[in-house]
Ligand binder design. Sequence first.
Ligand code: F6P
Length: 536
Amino acid sequence: MNDRDAAWTALSKAASAAGDRRIAGLFDAEPDRVARLGLTAAGLEIDLSKQPWSLADLDVMLDLARASGVEAARTRLFGGEVVNASEGRPALHMALRAPDGSDFHANGQPISREVETVRNAMRAFADVVRAGVRRGCTGKPFRSIVHIGIGGSDLGPRFVWEALKPLAPQIELRFAANVDPAELAQVLTGLDPAETMVVTVSKTFTTLETLTNAEAARAWLRASLGTASDSHLVAVSAAPDKAQAFGVPADQVFGFWDWVGGRYSIWSSVGLSCAVALGYDVFARFLAGAAAMDEHFRTAPLEANAPVRLALAHVFNRNGLGRPLRAVVPYAQRLRLFAAFLQQLEMESNGKRVTADGQPVPRPTAASVFGDAGTNGQHAFFQLLHQGTDIIPLDILAVRTGSEGDPAAQTKLLANAIAQAEALMVGRSEADVRAELAGRPAAEVDALAPQRTFPGDRPSSFIVLERLDGERLGALIALYEHKVFVEGVLWGINSYDQWGVELGKSLATRVLAELEGGPAGAHDPSTAALIRRLTP
Ligand code: F6P
């Protein structure tokens, strides 16, 4: 048995012992548990003491990380080697947020100067739009931006805007992703075309949803302003020629590179609409926060490395204890889109069943992620988290100092975050419940007590942001990006491709031709019946 197999076997043994004890019991056995399982990185405080592992189990997990070659893989990642083998690409999102003067290479070629050139162009553009120097075709300054893109070209910018937008923005930013025309119709409603810029974001500039919405938005501009309104079109793409062919003025096409994965692209010109609507200085702080987390991840030893620890906690739950789901609950309304963002980051990156060299992965990979803002989630899916038949680990996030509104309400929010983590872990015993029900008829107590019992022992990670600002948000996203990378290394999969989205895309093209009146194709009877039913 090689070291790696031995480490997986050790994990199984450790996890089976963990299955026989309670998390809450570990605090007596390990008096320094809270200190040893707490960590601060790039301004984020991360507490993993409510996870089911013991301190000895953490060592087992660290052995697994070492045996899996996490350190060497990290060096290859930062060194710009091809880590996305199926597409022959490095994954260098860290280069996008590195400070000026950095020296990243993609496949041996220097890239940092090019990155700075695009960043400078973004800053210049953001500045002239915000200053009202760059105006619409009728001379009015831009007051709104419609950001069109989907997946990685949408979720990052949408999340960042929701997290950081001012209460009364100088420039309002709206998003249209879905090919469902209802979304764009809602987004355009109430906007003045003369004051609206349309930023189309697509790495490939071939995505059906995005091109459909971009054409519709251009038609909306032209309908009131004529073709002069094409000057309101801006594009972000790794295929700038296609954006220009679409009709976007050449000086309004911002490039990025094939070594930027779509779901890792918010740091590139994909973040342009945020940079314009928030102001470039805010965007620069967002990049700096991520760069601080990169530096931590690159240099901290594995045992004190936040993304590594977060990944190991996840793998302990996923592979050791067989938990296929994870809930993400930010106790911050502004972070409510975090679960949606993580769904793509984690599930598109690590939802893989074969290794990077095509062999079946001998164990489960990414868990399914879901979630919503706390406290809202408490009144929706928390019943199942507390008393359902599955144990679902949580990531709970909290912001110590609220940015707006009543500080007393912020304190109530924090109280709920802490209390939920406690309730999930500690639970409430049946004996306690029976004591409370004492005096009622025995049959009623027998029926009620189990229903009002909380089994507890439900794990959570707790992440605290001092404030919700650009730096912390950047650090938070980078933390999870690197966590995903470490998990991918442990599982031996390529976290940077996404072949699983292709089949549906190509079948949709065939079905569309049929819905538009083309000849019937070969389908299973169920699909053929649906096509007949839905043909307009
Ligand atoms: O969903 C598949 C996907 O390729 C994502 O990885 C990507 O973020 C999204 O589509 C959008 O692609 P593009 O930016 O090329 O329009």
